[in-house]
Design a protein around this ligand. Structure first.
Ligand code: FAD
Length: 367
């Protein structure tokens, strides 16, 4: 994506914030905890097409670099992490196809995600398989034709905490085949695919999170990602360097957003005759250590993004380091942000308490 288009995307985000996501709207979305489907569909629609940022150009996307995606992801999460999470899940849901799909699957599904603006869900976690994905119990049994060839799979199991789970048009679901865990592409509305109740959450309350039950879901063999059994964990692992980096940008976004709000508050807030920004006991406890670590997190995220862009592979460890560091410091700054506003920090309309609740998820999901 050239620089002009990159600037246009960033401007578009600012416009969406101004026109559709005022502070009042964000607080209302948070309070109700309802998924803003109309807004997300608008952002995926022909006028905006924000999802195209995450899609390679050969399948109709904008072909952004990882460094550009990281910046856009940070800006989205700074506006509202629930909205950014919904887009992250679309990207995650597409990733097994992007890294492991056959050319035919990529042409068919990635192009559809690009052209139709589909909402996608990534179904890996299960009630008893969280950090330890290998403990998955969802089973995909082969269904044979009259010549004993595999014509499809029958899937049974349970998925937990799936972002976009109740609203997705398309799901990539991890299930255990005779040769091991494998991703399957399943359309919404397929018989036996049953999304559960949208969870009432601590933070990112406007993102849709739902369990999914799979009861005898029949999936044709051509929807097995890569058309080879047993490659699912390899496919999930291949994108960790990239996807964990995106979650790292969420931590950075939460921290920066809180820090900026604290700085403007502390410049105006007079206590003991001076603005709080002039009290070193305040700035050097609540702001400076966090600001330093946030800048270090940004530098590391940018370095890893640049290395991925230059073609380096197997940066899963570096992606995990970026996620760990940036989300911990983001969470710490978000916590200090409440303290820095005193009693006002505890009041919803100042937003720092929402940022703190939203920030916590970044230390939990994506491992
Ligand atoms: C809002 C939300 C959205 C989500 N979206 C998705 C999604 O779209 N798709 C999807 O597949 N999943 C999703 N998840 C699931 C998420 O990725 C898991 O919750 C996460 O991986 C942790 O799994 P768990 O909750 O089962 O915790 P557990 O694995 O039970 O872990 C509990 C705690 O123990 C720690 N722990 C685990 N193992 C070890 C160990 N060996 N040593 C030390 N500590 C350990 C963990 O870090 C954690 O702090 C989502 C979760 C939430 C809450």
């Amino acid at each position: 994506m050239d620089n002009e288009m990159f600037s246009m995307v960033l401007d578009t985000l600012k416009k969406i914030e101004r026109e559709k996501l005022s502070l009042e709207t964000r607080l209302e979305m948070d309070s109700k905890g309802d998924f803003p489907e109309e807004l997300i569909r608008f952002m995926l629609g022909p006028d905006i097409g924000l999802h195209l940022v995450f899609i390679p150009s050969q399948y109709g996307g904008l072909g952004a670099s990882v460094l550009q995606v990281a910046k856009i992801s940070e800006e989205m999460a700074k506006i509202d992490m629930a909205i950014a999470t919904s887009f992250l899940a679309i990207c995650l849901g597409m990733d097994p196809i992007r890294v492991g799909g056959t050319e035919e699957q990529k042409e068919k599904y990635i192009r559809r995600i690009a052209d139709e603006g589909l909402i996608v869900g990534y179904g890996v976690t299960e009630p008893e398989a969280g950090s330890n994905v290998q403990a998955l119990k969802t089973k995909a049994e082969r269904v044979l034709d009259e010549k004993d060839q595999i014509k499809g799979y029958r899937i049974n199991g349970q998925k937990q905490f799936i972002t976009n789970g109740g609203v997705a048009d398309l799901h990539t679901i991890l299930a255990d085949t005779p040769e091991g865990p494998s991703f399957f592409i399943i359309e919404n509305g397929t018989e036996g695919l049953l999304p559960g109740k949208h969870e009432d959450k601590h933070g990112i309350r406007a993102s849709n999170t739902a369990p999914i039950t799979l009861e005898d879901v029949y999936v044709p063999a051509e929807n097995l990602v890569g058309c080879v059994e047993g490659d699912g964990l390899k496919q999930a692992n291949r994108v960790f360097g990239y996807t964990r980096l995106m979650v790292a940008t969420f931590g950075l976004a939460a921290g920066m957003s809180s820090l900026e709000k604290v700085i403007s508050y502390a410049k105006e807030r007079i206590q003991f005759g001076k603005p709080l920004t002039q009290k070193q006991g305040y700035t050097h406890k609540l702001l400076v250590p966090n600001a330093v670590r946030l800048e270090a997190a940004r530098a590391y995220i940018e370095e890893i993004a640049t290395r991925i862009d230059s073609g380096e592979e197997d940066l899963q460890v570096e992606g995990s380091i970026a996620k760990y560091f940036a989300t911990e410091v983001g969470d710490a700054m978000a916590n200090d942000g409440i303290q820095a506003l005193g009693g006002y920090g505890y009041i919803r309309e100042y937003e720092v308490e929402k940022i703190k609740r939203d920030a916590k998820i970044a230390t939990i999901f994506e491992g």
